[in-house]
Design a protein around this ligand. Structure first.
Ligand code: FES
Ligand code: FE2
Length: 320
């Protein structure tokens, strides 16, 4: 099932693979291994952002690892040099080959799109354009383009990625695991799904006094973000290193640059997000165990879980 999901859900869809701020300057590059595919995100001298295979077209050595800044990407094995747009520039001692054509030896370009400060990649290449499919969410997340990453919390997560999406996209469970935290400020029974479609979902989490609380949102299949209503703060639950029953969760705290530069503020937010996620872990671990039972059949959803219905519709569409 996981292999089928990789092909029909994950590679078929748009996956967030970097923040634009990670490739802010010409020559910046960041390596990613997305669904086992070695990629590199670059910014070229003209300012364009590219997502490329980072596997050398000669004999398969990765041309770069990690992050950095360089005018060209040079493979360390036989020194083939590629431009930041993937074009092969030079290859030593290939004159004797009568089949060698540099124009045929560029690094494969992966379809990409930038949205609200993220670089998204579509490995399958056939997805509908991203921005038009998530319009109402773009309006709410536009400010995040200018936010920077203030901190990242990392958790090894021994449960299926869909359990994480579902946990993130309903606040019904504030009355359970978050009874002493989120339920006090943003009661689960007061939350409601906003606009959405088979491509995205939004869940409003008003505060007890009815003022704008926070928005959680998903760009399916697995981009999870929240936007705080008032104070220049947002977050990204990044799901990486995917396997059938586990992944690595990187919770990115995104903030306006002035807030991100305030260590005291960042420490408070880190503490809050860490505490809330520690409350979610037993629920996710429990569900992972429970859904594996041969006696489990999915039960009815609450109207508070409309975003899960949208997620399921998205998955059904991938397998239609
Ligand atoms: S494998 Fe990269 S130059 Fe030979
Ligand atoms: Fe939760």
């Amino acid at each position: 099932v996981f292999d089928a999901e990789v092909e029909r859900v994950l590679k078929a869809g748009w996956l967030p693979i970097a923040r634009l701020s990670e490739v802010a300057n010409a020559g910046d590059y960041v390596s990613r291994d997305t669904l086992g595919v070695p990629l590199v995100v670059t910014r070229d001298a003209a300012g364009a952002v590219h997502v490329l295979s980072r596997v050398c077209r000669h004999r398969g050595m990765p041309v770069v690892e990690g992050d950095g800044n360089a005018p060209v990407l040079m493979c360390s094995y036989h020194l083939w040099r590629y431009g930041l747009d993937g074009a092969l520039l030079t290859a030593p001692a290939m004159q004797g080959s009568d089949i060698f054509d540099p124009a045929d030896c560029g690094l494969p370009r992966i379809r990409s799109e930038t949205w609200c400060g993220w670089v998204f990649a579509n490995l399958g290449g056939g997805a509908a354009p991203l921005a038009p499919s998530v319009g109402p969410l773009s309006a709410r997340a536009a400010a995040l383009e200018a936010y920077v990453t203030a901190a990242v919390l990392t958790f090894e997560s021994p449960w299926n990625w869909k359990v994480m999406v579902e946990n993130f996209m309903e606040s019904y469970h504030h009355i359970g695991p978050h009874a002493r935290t989120l339920q006090q400020t943003n009661p689960g029974l007061g939350t409601y799904p906003g606009e959405g479609s088979d491509a995205f979902a939004m869940l409003e989490n008003p505060t007890v006094d009815g003022s704008q609380g926070f928005l959680v949102a998903a760009v399916f299949p697995l981009h999870l973000l929240f936007v705080s209503g008032t104070d220049g703060l947002a977050g990204w639950y990044e799901i990486t290193d995917l396997a059938a029953g586990r992944f690595t969760l990187n919770i990115h705290i995104l903030a306006e640059p002035s807030l991100a530069a305030d260590p005291a503020f960042v420490e408070v937010v880190k503490g809050q997000l860490n505490a809330i996620h520690l409350e979610d872990i037993p629920a996710c671990e429990g569900v992972q165990k429970g859904v594996a039972s041969p006696l489990y059949e999915p039960g009815p959803l609450s109207p508070l879980e409309g975003c899960l219905w949208r997620f399921h519709r998205h998955l059904q569409g991938c397998f239609a």
